[in-house]
Design a protein around this ligand. Structure first.
Ligand SMILES: [Zn+2]
Length: 109
């Protein structure tokens, strides 16, 4: 198995990683089954492999480094979430990142 990407490599965030982060990160990956934890509005879970451990509530909003504030995300959803942070409570709405427009024909059944 290849060496996992270091969490700080390529990150544009300036958050200070907590002590024991590498171990914490491994625990989150194991807990979340190595899969992105983003849920779509219809309840399905993202099927991409999770590689990025994300603070559900970012440090800037008072989030902690506890396991229950950490979630595994795929690079796509991590980027989507990170880019929406800095707005309001983006962290609290991330379950609906992929909300489909209600006019989508596939939803007309
Ligand atoms: Zn994902």
């Amino acid at each position: 198995m290849a060496e996992p990407r270091k969490p700080w490599a390529g990150s544009t965030r300036r958050e200070t990683l907590p002590r024991g982060w590498a171990r914490l990160r491994r625990q989150v990956i194991r807990r979340d089954g190595g899969q992105c934890t983003t849920k779509y509005s219809d309840g399905r879970r993202c099927e991409l492999p999770g590689t990025d451990v994300d603070h559900v509530i970012p440090h800037s909003l008072g989030g902690s480094d506890d396991m229950d504030n950490l979630a595994l995300l795929c690079p796509f959803h991590h980027r989507a979430k990170s880019s929406s942070e800095g707005g309001t409570a983006a962290a609290l709405t991330r379950v609906s990142v992929h909300r489909k427009p209600s006019t989508h024909p596939a939803l007309d059944d």
